[in-house]
Ligand binder design. Structure first.
Ligand SMILES: Cc1cc2nc3c(=O)[nH]c(=O)nc-3n(C[C@H](O)[C@H](O)[C@H](O)COP(=O)(O)OP(=O)(O)OC[C@H]3O[C@@H](n4cnc5c(N)ncnc54)[C@H](O)[C@@H]3O)c2cc1C
Length: 400
């Protein structure tokens, strides 16, 4: 694959580079940010900044506020963003439900939701998983029963990232128990302020509140909030999962991790002197960097794969698997380097669930590697576990 840029592409790259360098100077607090370590206000601010330049959702069709860029231009944009360690966008609106609404939504749904996703004023969460229905998602049991112009929804979702700060949730619900489980699922857009919705926090191993349980008791959802056809939700759900997996490969998170590793390394050189084994670190850092380079090549291949082709469908799977394993290995290296120091980054207070979500905590001030090491234990689980991804690849790629 030829990744050399034409003269026109170089000019395009220069424009993007100047913008990012101006927006994300060295030391900018949003550098390396993501939904894990930014507040809702910070994420909204970054979304507004991108959108004010027409880059709120670069992958959307131009008619809905996207850029209309070709694949090479999108790849250039992403690599320039990574170059300055620019923060990622909240994925639930921009890369998950937004493209579904663009592709399958009604005109009314597009007008109602797309502008708010673009300008960062409306946050979304993803209501797919349920207790007992994670990998086996099609077994989900949250019911939506038609009653006049509404569906009445009852059931429970779990592991719902950011439900506590989201305005809307996109949900897979069961509208029929006939036929194969996949055939009775519908895709609903639900206002989180609807009476009958209760959100309960789940605190994860990193001490933070990202996750929730969401309970639905007789929640009335207007039928006009159904995306596409009733009982065809599995088609839209799969369309969305392809985008989600590619996003979770997390090349932006990896660039940030490699930079953080360097920071930790410099700190250790200064403080630990000769007892610090710089050579051992250099070897492992180099290996991680090479794996990152090959992941980038895979990402470019996926970006240039023809829409709907076998490559376009299957490449997000190895990207997700390799990217998340790499994220975990980076955390492990930091942990090994810091040794006992890594544990003092946490105090009992940091694990206190009463600490408010928007209050400053140690993540803002201290090297973040222990926190991301702990959070990243989950990266090989969410968006489809590594075992399940490997199962699909062995079936469709190796024909096993
Ligand atoms: C941090 C985090 C954030 C999340 N955010 C969201 C969110 O916002 N919205 C949402 O809907 N969900 C979310 N999830 C849920 C996530 O999608 C599920 O956890 C995931 O799909 C796995 O499902 P499960 O937890 O029910 O595990 P299970 O499916 O019960 O799996 C348990 C174990 O069995 C293995 N296993 C299961 N089936 C197979 C198989 N066929 N072959 C081989 N091994 C198998 C799995 O690999 C795993 O090791 C999140 C999860 C985490 C950890």
């Amino acid at each position: 694959m030829d990744l050399k840029l034409s003269a026109e592409e170089q000019t395009f790259q220069q424009g993007i580079r100047s913008w990012f360098e101006e927006q994300m100077p060295e030391g900018h607090p949003f550098r390396g940010g993501s939904i894990i370590n930014m507040t809702r206000d910070e994420m909204a601010e970054w979304q507004r900044t991108l959108n004010s330049n027409g880059w709120g959702a670069i992958g959307w069709p131009a008619e809905y506020g996207g850029t209309g860029w070709n694949d090479a231009q999108k790849a250039i944009f992403q690599s320039e963003a990574a170059r300055v360690n620019a923060p990622g966008q909240s994925p639930f609106g921009v890369t998950m439900v937004g493209p579904v609404i663009c592709a399958f939504g009604t005109d009314e749904q597009k007008a109602e939701h797309l502008p708010h996703i673009l300008d960062g004023s409306r946050f979304w969460c993803q209501g797919y998983s349920e207790p007992g229905s994670g990998s086996d998602l099609a077994s989900l049991r949250t019911m939506a029963v038609r009653d006049g112009d509404d569906y009445v929804v009852n059931g429970q979702k779990i592991w719902t990232t950011q439900a506590h700060i989201a305005d809307w949730i996109f949900c897979l619900v069961r509208t029929s128990t006939e036929g194969k489980p996949q055939q009775g699922i519908s895709f609903l857009l639900i206002d989180m302020k609807s009476p009958g919705i209760e959100v309960k926090p789940i605190y994860s191993i990193d001490g933070d509140h990202h996750l929730n349980e969401v309970y639905f008791t007789d929640v009335r959802v207007p039928v006009k909030n159904l995306v596409g056809e009733e009982n065809e939700g599995w088609t839209y759900a799969k369309f969305l999962l392809g985008n989600e997996r590619a996003g979770i490969a997390g090349t932006d998170i990896i660039v940030n991790g490699l930079t953080n590793l360097r920071t930790v390394h410099n700190y250790l050189v200064e403080t630990a002197g000769e007892s610090y084994q710089a050579d051992a670190f250099a070897k492992r850092h180099a290996e991680l960097s090479v794996r990152y380079e090959s992941l980038q090549m895979l990402e470019n291949r996926a970006l240039f794969a023809a829409e709907g082709s076998g490559e376009a469908l299957i490449l997000p799977l190895p990207m997700k698997t390799l990217g998340t394993e790499l994220q975990q290995d980076m955390g492990d290296l930091a942990y090994d380097m810091l040794g006992a120091d890594s544990t003092v980054l946490f105090t009992a207070e940091e694990f206190d669930p009463k600490v408010g979500d928007n209050e400053p905590n140690f993540r803002k001030e201290a090297p973040d590697m222990t926190h991301s090491m702990l959070f990243n234990r989950a990266s090989t689980i969410f968006g489809g576990t590594t075992e399940v991804q490997k199962g699909i690849m062995s079936k469709f790629v190796l024909g096993l």
